[in-house]
Ligand binder design. Structure first.
Ligand SMILES: Cc1cc2nc3c(=O)[nH]c(=O)nc-3n(C[C@H](O)[C@H](O)[C@H](O)COP(=O)(O)OP(=O)(O)OC[C@H]3O[C@@H](n4cnc5c(N)ncnc54)[C@H](O)[C@@H]3O)c2cc1C
Length: 834
């Protein structure tokens, strides 16, 4: 019994020392005290004989080592300096371009999740969605008008082009200059407003959204606004804001896609003639492809490597990646024809040039910004990736939910709305969750950017997660619609998103790369509390300074790691009962508690993964991909809680919050399990498993009843359905395929009681529902439904027939016009070459 007490006391003391991050001397003192107690005469009588002397000797030696390491000078010479030199070789090697990517952007709430002890108030301090009166008026005025103008089928099928009146409208109302400051003639809208405007347009037409999105994301407008010279700002920004200039941004080439920094596009600094006089400039050769708006652009933003062989600029030969704007009509600039990406209508194509001379003034920011291109791009991307694609992916998930849930209530099979069948409830519940989560994360992240953050890691999470969730919602929507979703035509409201989805997955960092390489590796380096400091210390050319900085970071890192092992074990053994919950967490306490616990687990595993994999982080992508998933789930569930709080905790939405939190935590657990089970080092795997899953994996996906409850909420028009799909464009025009759904849904719900009476009469054979009869009139005649009910049922019948109808065409109507002879497809080119 006394042995047990001593063991328990030692364990409790170790937990306390670890969790309060006690210094080394405290550990040494604690261990010495425990040994002395054991050896003291009185206790020895009760505890029985001492263990064999070699064990006693080893234990005292360990205590002595701990004690010695507590002395700073001994510690540095015995441990820190040798370790510093060794770690220099183990830590991931960071190339210059990676370093620039790492330095770009800000660290925010992601660091809290990496810390294992998130400060929830930091997330709560992010403002809820706020718009100025002017932004609100723009969203409800010109944005809605634009949405009303859009005829999706005409755009993506009949014309395969954005119509001139749409271009004129967006130029006239300043849509192309939302991010350009008012001072320079733009609208100067906040990122939150831009995100909502883009989302509303995307819910109507991804094609039209693209032509507005591109000038408002990474490209000449943003780059000149942030880095341009006063002359460049004065000349170009008002022209871009008014649409006098149409910009494109050319980074990707045939050999440099995801690995864009390895581009072969090159510029040599030289002297040449420009507008009749000799100036310093750059002789450029490049080949770019996939460039959105390229075929229509008047101003080409171009990224290329600069060499200065004659040292004209005085900073050496290899100057690095640079961005310039080149007028599309400049001699030598070749704007190619069009690619046809996934059936979309927005302009996209290649451009190239050989030995094209441009004056140095065309470099964005002028001569001093030569070689600064990659940093500029990474800084803009860190913020931009949080806005452009997440806004359309959130809007997509919401409009898919709105349209599909309406269809699922209208469409009946086996005398039942298909949405009420359990098999279809499953995908519908997923769609509810995706719409809620995407919007929660979109609004929180856009608010972060609006208050000046450039969250590089969170933006990668957002890009991947929101587009993947929208893709899942799309697949679910297609399944739910059956043949109605498959057959294209003016009445198909799914195909436009279905065709466009691969574009969102591919651009701004293709999704597999973003998940498996960028999110965790960049997160570990940027958001980890000590790793980046250690790397920077190891890269310091001054060893003394490096060792000093390394020592501070390393000691903190060790106590952080120890506290994570004990902290994770403690919270997992107590099922998170004592994990941190912020104040005023009524209704959300259980989820905060589990998030705090999960964050501890993540911090432990992430830390060990980085320490063990080191430079292998880039190649162990199955591990880093799963850890990216785990981190993402923590972020998304945190956003869900924030959204609910920002919305005033509406009771009606509580089940959607529970559904999202349960599923998110379950996916977090599975991602962690996958990473741990496949971790390449056996002892580390055991340590991770022992600390994270000491009692097994206990999170379960949301139960069926909860999914059922959430689906019921969205099948019925009302405040929950409206909140779930807020900010998108909702047509009430029965002449529009989505407006028709809205009008019909309202009538279907109103006619439900009468419909039931009619169904019963059909089942019992009182009336016959076959072509050539008016069964509703028959039912009214024998008093099954009243005349008023019959009128409503007739109306529903007509509207429903329109909703479920699909289009059909003459063969000549559907022949693609670009397949006519003379069009230079690749096949035609190779045929001509032969
Ligand atoms: C419709 C459309 C519009 C576009 N608009 C523009 C534009 O306006 N301007 C512009 O400059 N570019 C544009 N792009 C280019 C786009 O950014 C690239 O397509 C993208 O960067 C991927 O490059 P890639 O297509 O060459 O694929 P690749 O780089 O060949 O990638 C193929 C696959 O490999 C994966 N992958 C590659 N490297 C890694 C790695 N290290 N680890 C894990 N996975 C990896 C990728 O995720 C992808 O799944 C556009 C592309 C499309 C299709």
């Amino acid at each position: 019994m006394p042995e047990l007490v001593l063991i328990v006391v030692c364990i409790v003391a170790a937990f306390a020392l670890a969790m309060y991050r006690a210094p080394l001397w405290a550990w040494a003192a604690g261990a010495a005290a425990a040994l002395l107690l054991w050896q003291s005469g009185m206790l020895r009588l009760q505890l029985g004989p001492l263990p064999p002397w070699p064990i006693v000797l080893i234990t005292w030696s360990l205590v002595a080592i701990l004690g010695a390491l507590s002395a700073p000078s001994l510690r540095r010479s015995m441990l820190v300096r040798p370790l510093y030199r060794k770690i220099k070789g183990i830590l991931p090697r960071v190339s210059a371009t990676e370093q620039e990517a790492l330095n770009a952007g800000t660290i925010g709430f992601d660091a809290e999740l990496f810390s294992g002890q998130p400060d929830w108030e930091k997330l709560r301090s992010v403002p809820p969605v706020t718009l100025t009166e002017e932004e609100k008026a723009f969203l409800d005025g010109p944005t809605n008008e634009l949405c009303r103008m859009v005829k999706d089928w005409t755009i993506r099928h009949n014309e395969k082009e954005i119509p001139a009146e749409i271009w004129d409208f967006v130029k006239k109302h300043g849509f192309l200059g939302m991010l350009i400051s008012k001072e320079h003639g733009g609208l100067g809208f906040s990122p939150q407003a831009q995100s909502l405007i883009l989302g509303r347009i995307a819910s109507r037409s991804p094609d039209v959204c693209t032509i507005v999105m591109v000038p408002n994301s990474l490209g000449p407008g943003e780059l000149i606004e942030k880095y341009g010279t006063p002359e460049q700002k004065q000349h170009y920004l008002p022209r871009l804001a008014q649409g006098i200039e149409v910009p494109c941004f050319s980074l990707t080439g045939p050999t440099s896609g995801s690995d864009a920094a390895t581009m072969r596009d090159v510029g040599y600094v030289t002297r040449g003639m420009h507008e009749g006089r000799e100036v310093v400039g750059i002789r450029l050769s490049w080949e770019k492809r996939y460039i959105t708006l390229g075929p229509n652009a008047t101003l080409v933003g171009l990224a290329f490597r600069v060499f200065d062989p004659d040292n004209i600029l005085g900073h050496g030969e290899d100057r690095g990646i640079t961005v310039a704007m080149v007028p599309a009509n400049h001699p030598g600039v070749e704007i190619g024809r069009r690619h046809l990406p996934s059936g979309v209508a927005f302009p996209n194509g290649p451009n190239w040039g050989r030995d094209v001379f441009i004056p140095i003034d065309w470099v964005i920011g002028g001569e001093k910004m030569v070689g600064q291109g990659w940093r500029m791009l990474m800084e803009c991307l860190a913020a931009g990736r949080s806005i452009s694609l997440p806004s359309s992916a959130a809007a997509g998930a919401k409009s898919l939910l709105r349209n599909t849930s309406a269809y699922a209530r209208i469409r009946k099979q086996f005398d039942l709305p298909i949405g009420r069948m359990e098999g279809l409830e499953e995908p519908l519940a997923r769609m509810v969750e995706n719409a809620y989560v995407n919007e929660a994360a979109r609004s929180v992240t856009a608010s972060m950017v609006s208050r000046g953050e450039k969250p590089s890691v969170i933006s990668a999470i957002m890009k991947y997660q929101t587009t993947e969730r929208m893709r899942r919602s799309l697949n679910d929507a297609m399944d739910l619609h059956g043949g109605k979703g498959v057959c294209d035509g003016p009445s198909n409201y799914l195909q436009t998103a279905y065709q466009m989805m691969p574009v969102a997955i591919t651009v701004e960092g293709a999704n597999i790369l973003t998940r498996s390489l960028i999110t965790f590796a960049q997160g570990a380096l940027r958001s980890h509390p000590y790793l980046y400091k250690e790397i920077q210390a190891c890269q310091d050319p001054d060893e003394e300074r490096g060792v000093e900085a390394f020592e501070t970071a390393f000691l903190d890192h060790v106590s952080f790691a120890t506290s994570n092992v004990f902290g994770a074990l403690f919270h997992n053994l107590t099922f998170g009962l004592f994990a941190h919950v912020p104040e005023k967490a009524y209704g959300t306490a259980q989820w905060y508690r589990q998030l705090s616990r999960s964050s501890r687990n993540f911090a432990l595993v992430a830390d060990l993964a980085v320490a063990v994999l080191g430079g292998g982080l880039k190649t162990r992508q199955k591990i880093t991909g799963r850890l990216a998933d785990a981190l993402s789930e923590l972020y998304l569930v945190s956003c869900v809680l924030k959204r609910w709080e920002d919305d005033g905790k509406p009771v009606a939405d509580a089940s959607i919050v529970a559904l999202s939190a349960r599923n998110g935590l379950y996916r977090f657990q599975e991602a962690m399990r996958g990473a741990i089970d496949n971790f390449p080092s056996l002892p580390v795997r055991w340590l991770m498993r022992g600390a994270v899953f000491p009692l097994g994996a206990h999170y379960k996906p949301a139960p069926d009843w909860l999914g059922h409850k959430c689906v019921e909420l969205v099948l019925t028009p009302g405040e929950v359905r409206d909140r779930l799909t807020r900010f998108i464009y909702v047509s009430q025009d029965p002449g529009d395929p989505t407006g028709l759904l809205e009008v019909t849904l309202a009538k279907v719900v109103a006619a439900e009681a009468a419909e039931k009476k009619l169904d019963r009469a059909v089942r019992s054979g009182q009336v016959r529902r076959v072509h050539g009869t008016d069964w509703i009139a028959d039912a009214a005649k024998i008093g099954i439904v009243s005349d008023e009910e019959a009128r409503l049922l007739h109306e529903v019948e007509t509207l429903t027939a329109r909703v479920i109808a699909v289009d059909h065409f003459d063969p000549a109507e559907v022949k693609p016009h670009y397949m006519t002879p003379g069009h230079n497809t690749l096949a035609a080119q190779s045929a001509a070459a032969e």
